[in-house]
Write a protein of this length. Structure first.
Lengths: 497, 170
């Protein structure tokens, strides 16, 4: 109990509150800019968190992520250009409302739905993560190895149309994660006599390169080809009823909002599905259950409530597999996992024993971030709408320069800048060839833990090949892993016929 | 070049990379087996082998489809219209010269910082990258460059207390 109170008090310390507030504000601003999303923002700002305490850093990044999720709705509603895939469904009804001069009303609905979905999801996380983690503590190295293997195969489907290419990307991530000092012999492995690689390839330059730099390269390419102009008109009507969201309108969408939240929590708690799935599922259900399905896509507030409540509910729910099993379910959580590791913590069930105060502090920050999101969104809506109008010719050169100096900032090392440029180029080709950089990054982050579990299994079992048969949970998980791989191969063969 | 031709070349390069890793890099740059636990080469070998096997399967699939005159699904054989892709990936043609035009200033920045210091190298980089993307005015690029370089200088030096890279004038 003392730990809980101490953790919650930490989360409302002035320093922590300030950084969560700044995180949410920057997140909304960044999310509102088309082409920039939450994970990208986290990658760009992780170097800055090196100089913060663990709770402040995590609180700041959580705020950034929550803010960016709502920010994505701003460009979706105003420009029909969702910055993130999960905001696509928001654009379907949000943009028609903007065309009718009801952009502000649509954004208010998006904000209230986001906050409601987020608060309920956070409550569920707080209620179930610790008890589930206590159960997960009974898992040994065999179960952990099998679980990570399963997660890698399931996650391979994110961000690509081909699970096969996802598996290849995850495998490459594992291979890159092997660079550095080998844990058993403590000798350098795959360092090619480059001494800077002795400590391994660092997460920050890899993440900035893959997430931010490669995206900006592609955005710059588009500017050169077409030129990008953003022109927002007719957002704020003079009529009050077009701008404000009445209680009647909000309550009218409450059922849809709660359903969307439930879908978001369910999807978020399962590794590999992610916010876009939740958003589209929720929108689909809202349309099917509506008395006026023909009005969806033409500016119905329920459509926005369905999409935004579901994708925001994923944010907190996707922390459940991270806190309970140490498995990141999506890209944003993988980046948060990296931030935990940078601050000396290994996410997983042991965190509730080893860093209990911090964990309750993180819970507190999650709640605080939701409150700040409501306040910042409510009073800063017009300001954030201006963000979509920043010319790309100014924005992208600044971001590309920030990527370069951000990579340097983490360790004051120009070698990290070179690594970032290499992975930025790799990310560019991965995007162009439909290889999942998400699977790559998650494979890279999980590689050391996966190998550690494998080494423990081999050493404990003394090469007993029946090790997994003796552990039923591990056996089921391994069977599921092989099933996923076999199904992938079978689907590939079937698609030829 | 069609998408299938491009992808075939890419997969052939991936196969060559995997063979190089398995035959040369992993054996030469991995510690010897210490006599207990799993071999340090196990995970690298397994992960690279997965990539190799999957690449070969794709090449075989493409080859047999071609021999039998069967068309691959449009999602595998055609480029989507530019900007029409959704999700995380942006499948499309590689614009190599454009990529180089962005990467060369970045590489020159990394080299230049060591020789002329952060401020001049960064200013030149910002001006160059804005020129490359098509900005042909004078005032805007100068303001953007000075502001971005100046803000990051202040953040690094006074905000985080990090040494600014390269030789310093002051």
């Amino acid at each position: 109990m003392e730990m809980i109170i101490a953790g919650l008090l930490d989360s409302i310390s002035p320093n922590s509150l300030m950084f969560v507030f700044v995180g949410v504000a920057i997140g909304v601003l960044i999310g509102a800019i088309p082409g920039i999303n939450g994970p990208m923002a986290i990658a760009l700002f992780i170097p800055a968190t090196y100089y913060m305490s663990a709770l402040t850093a995590i609180g700041f990044l959580i705020g950034l992520n929550k803010g960016a999720f709502f920010g994505g709705a701003v460009s979706a509603v105003l420009l029909r250009t969702p910055g993130t895939p999960e905001a696509a469904a928001t654009a379907w009804d949000g943009y028609p409302l903007t065309q009718q001069g009801k952009g502000e009303k649509a954004l208010r609905m998006a904000l209230y739905s986001s906050v409601a979905g987020d608060v309920i999801s956070t409550a569920v996380l707080i209620l179930i993560a610790a008890p589930l983690a206590a159960i997960a503590l009974f898992m040994g190295p065999a179960e952990i190895f099998a679980l990570i293997s399963l997660a890698l195969t399931v996650i391979a489907g994110i961000g690509t149309s081909s699970i096969g290419r996802g598996l290849m990307a995850a495998s490459l991530g594992l291979a890159v994660g092997m660079i550095g000092t080998e844990p058993v012999t403590a000798l350098p492995r795959l360092t090619f006599d480059i001494y800077q690689l002795g400590a391994g390839v660092k997460l920050i330059p890899v993440a900035i390169g893959l997430l931010a730099f490669s995206e900006i390269l592609i955005q710059l390419e588009r500017i050169v080809i077409k030129g990008i102009g953003t022109h927002v008109t007719n957002v704020f009507s003079e009529k009050l009823e077009d701008r404000l969201l009445s209680w009647k309108e909000f309550i009218g969408s409450a059922k849809t909002l709660l359903r969307g939240t439930a879908i978001g929590i369910g999807v978020g708690a399962m590794p590999g599905l992610g916010a876009p799935v939740a958003s589209f599922m929720s929108y689909d259900q809202a349309m099917k259950r509506s008395k006026h399905p023909e009005e969806f896509g033409k500016g119905r507030l329920e459509g926005i409530a369905a999409s935004e409540s579901a994708n925001s509910a994923v944010v907190a729910a996707s922390l459940i597999p991270l806190f309970v099993l140490g498995i990141p379910g999506n890209l944003a959580v993988a980046m948060l996992m990296g931030a935990f590791m940078i601050h000396g913590m290994q996410p997983g069930p042991l965190m509730f024993e080893e860093n209990a105060q911090l964990m309750y502090g993180v819970y507190g920050s999650l709640v605080v971030a939701s409150i700040f999101l409501l306040v910042i969104g409510r009073f800063g809506l017009r300001f954030f709408c201006k963000a979509v109008e920043i010319p790309a010719s100014i924005l992208y050169p600044v971001i590309i320069f920030t990527c370069i100096m951000g990579s340097y900032l983490a360790q004051s090392s120009m070698f990290d800048v070179i690594v970032m440029l290499i992975f930025g180029t790799v990310g560019y080709f991965m995007r162009k060839f439909d290889f999942s950089y998400v699977a790559f990054l998650i494979g890279f982050i999980l590689a050391p833990e996966w190998e550690r579990a494998l080494q423990q299994v081999v050493i404990i079992s003394e090469f007993d090949t029946y090790m997994f048969v003796q552990r039923p949970v591990a056996m089921v998980l391994m069977a599921l892993t092989f099933f996923v791989i076999a199904r992938t191969l079978w689907t590939g063969v079937k698609s030829r016929k | 070049m069609t998408r299938i031709q491009r992808d075939t070349i890419a997969y052939l390069l991936i196969v060559a990379f995997c063979i190089l890793m398995l035959a040369w890099a992993i054996p030469n740059y991995t510690p010897d087996y210490p006599g207990y636990g799993a071999s340090p080469a196990l995970v690298p070998n397994v992960s690279i082998s997965v990539i190799l096997v999957m690449s070969i399967l794709v090449l075989v699939r493409n080859a047999t489809s071609r021999l039998k005159g069967k068309a691959l699904p449009p999602g595998e054989s055609e480029f989507p219209e530019d900007g029409k892709t959704t999700g995380f990936t942006q499948v499309g043609r590689v614009k190599l010269f454009r990529l180089l035009s962005f990467m060369i200033p970045c590489a020159l920045l990394v080299i230049g910082i060591d020789y002329i210091g952060y401020i001049p190298a960064a200013l030149l980089f910002m001006l160059a990258i804005q020129f490359v993307i098509g900005t042909r005015t004078f005032v805007q690029p100068i303001i953007v460059s000075v502001a971005a370089v100046g803000v990051l200088y202040i953040v690094m030096r006074y905000g985080f207390g990090v040494p600014v890279p390269g030789p310093q004038l002051f």
